[in-house]
Design a protein around this ligand. Structure first.
Ligand SMILES: [Co+2]
Length: 386
């Protein structure tokens, strides 16, 4: 609330008998986000002024004019962010041990499709819903027939994406039901917020990694009578995001790797950190669920007829946005595994197998999407939850 100085007269308000209707989201969420914002202007995320050498940007006329030109892309991704917040609000309250991983993913994906009014490449799911468990840190979503049930002692990373016109929100949180993991989650949340705080125009990526690592390693967690120092998973990183391209050219390390590459004006970043009680290093394991068409396609032709038709489906339905086997199933695709494998072999499609630390370890993740606007940093996916 602001303080009103001087004698502004109170205008007598005309009595308006028509009550203003306030839209309230249902449970589960079914009302599109656009219904909450009839003027089609979506709320800004958390705003942060740049530090020291870049503070001049806040009030600079030229930079402000530049931002006005970019309004449409900011407004698109803010709409995606609002979808993310409302879907995860429901998910965080309603995901319970005893549910199958498939039920969990469908809850999130149905909510996303409805709230964002999914329509071709205009709006929809940004990438497969990750629900990686325990020592699996990333890139797990169930394939058809997977009967895995969420357990009370699980550490589940919910990582889901929403896009509007290819502007992708990539944001994740960790769900646990046993307070024994509280310090692990606190470490990773603090580390991610540190990365967000340090991010800025002209900041070196390696310096962000160093700040994240220091905070993460300052935490300990006691599980089953054993004390662990929380380790950042050194071969996982955040990343820049481009239109319809979830992994841009820049990687944001979560350890000090000395990378001198700088963040630049206009960049979008997913700042994500992973903490582990294991080795702090992941390798590929188990069955793949995540795939994406590669950005720069190889010159070699696709010979296998089944691979050709499958590739057409992938191109038409997902373009370069990542997808999973369940998304092919719901399109009615059948018996596609051999064709999919061959598209991976020819380099038309990339596969992203699950990434796991050692068995028996626990991993946690928090992630936000931000944009380095010309005048200030905007943490697009910030909510009152994380
Ligand atoms: Co990400």
């Amino acid at each position: 609330m602001c303080l009103c100085l001087g004698g502004a007269k109170k205008k007598k308000k005309k009595k308006n008998n028509k009550k203003k209707k306030r839209v309230v989201q249902t449970e589960p969420p079914t009302i599109p986000i656009s219904a909450f914002f009839p003027n089609k202007i979506y709320p800004e995320g958390e705003l942060c002024e740049y530090k020291d050498d870049n503070l001049w940007r806040t009030t600079n006329e030229e930079k402000r004019a530049l931002e006005k030109q970019n309004f449409d892309q900011y407004n698109d991704i803010r709409r995606a962010a609002e979808v993310h917040r409302q879907v995860r609000k429901y998910a965080r309250r309603n995901i319970k041990p005893g549910m199958t991983m498939t039920e969990i993913c469908e809850m999130i994906e149905n909510g996303t499709r409805t709230l964002v009014e999914a329509k071709g490449f205009e709006s929809g799911i940004g990438f497969p819903t990750g629900c990686s468990l325990n020592h699996c840190a990333a890139h797990y979503t169930p394939n058809a027939g997977d009967k895995t049930v969420l357990q009370h002692g699980d550490v589940c990373k919910i990582d889901f994406g929403v896009h509007v016109n290819g502007r992708i929100i990539d944001s994740a949180f960790t769900l646990t039901f046993d307070p024994v993991y509280d310090n692990l989650l606190a470490a990773v949340k603090d580390a991610t917020n540190t990365g967000i705080r340090e991010a800025g125009i002209d900041v070196r990526l390696g310096d962000i990694g160093a700040a994240i690592q220091e905070v993460m390693e300052s935490y300990e967690v006691e599980i089953g009578g054993k004390t662990y120092q929380v380790k950042p998973i050194r071969n996982l990183t955040g990343h820049s995001i481009e239109q319809y391209k979830i992994h841009g050219t820049k990687a944001v390390p979560i350890v000090n790797n000395g990378d001198p590459t700088k963040m630049e004006e206009g960049d979008y970043f997913a700042i994500e950190t992973f903490g582990s009680t294991g080795r702090g290093y992941v390798h590929h394991d188990k069955e793949t669920s995540h795939y994406a068409r590669v950005y720069d396609l190889p010159k070699i032709p696709i010979r296998l007829p089944r691979a050709k038709t499958l590739f057409e489906t992938i191109n038409r339905e997902f373009g370069t946005l990542p997808f999973c086997r369940r998304y092919l199933d719901r399109l009615g695709e059948e018996k596609y595994l051999l064709a999919l494998k061959s598209l991976c072999d020819t380099g038309h499609v990339a596969d992203y197998p699950p990434l796991v630390d050692i068995k028996g370890s626990y991993t946690a993740q928090y992630e936000h999407t931000l944009v380095l606007r010309p005048t200030r940093k905007e943490v697009l996916s910030r909510g009152d939850d994380y």
